[in-house]
Design a protein around this ligand. Structure first.
Ligand code: OFO
Length: 168
């Protein structure tokens, strides 16, 4: 049993995670049409991961006896700039998600929702990894600079990412 306030806040996070999935799906399509198939793969895997994040919140709310009420998902952008600017946007978005997870954690502590605090711990760790991965890719793209060969090398690297369903 969790408080109504906590349940509403967790429901809101389902929307954030689904928007993340939508944003990365849109980026995957854009990079496919820019002939950057490695990047398209990376964003597709990222989108799939975000769906599993949304599902984790959904499952947790159900396990707490909450009726999940889904809200509309905002439309993501459809046009993007360079690959570097796309990963900079990704990092900014993930920093926004980190803040939303931290806000949920603060609420859980304030409301003495200990089960929720333990549930959220997985996301705290996940955000460290997500931000770190983005920073690595940004660093590689900056090193590549204007070199097409360098960009192609990063693109090949991004092609190796494989989706694995996270277990909590
Ligand atoms: Fe990108 O970690 Fe969920 O949103």
């Amino acid at each position: 049993m969790i408080s109504k306030k906590m349940a509403q806040a967790l429901s809101g996070q389902i929307n954030n995670e689904l928007y993340s999935a939508y944003l990365y799906l849109s980026m995957s399509s854009f990079t496919t049409f820019s002939s950057l198939n490695g990047a398209a793969n990376w964003f597709m895997v990222q989108s799939q991961e975000e769906m599993t994040h949304a599902k984790k919140f959904y499952d947790y709310l159900n396990s707490q006896g909450e009726h999940v009420q889904l809200a509309a998902i905002a439309e993501p952008p459809t046009e993007f700039g360079t690959l570097l600017s796309m990963f900079e946007l990704t990092l900014r978005h993930e920093q926004f998600i980190t803040k939303s997870i931290n806000d949920l954690m603060e609420l859980a502590v304030k409301e003495k929702e200990h089960a929720t605090r333990i549930f959220l711990q997985w996301f705290v760790t996940e955000q460290i990894e997500e931000e770190g991965n983005n920073k690595d890719i940004i660093a590689k793209l900056k090193l590549a600079g204007d070199s097409t060969r360098g960009l192609m090398m990063v693109n090949r690297d991004l092609a190796t990412r494989v989706f694995t369903s996270p277990t909590a």
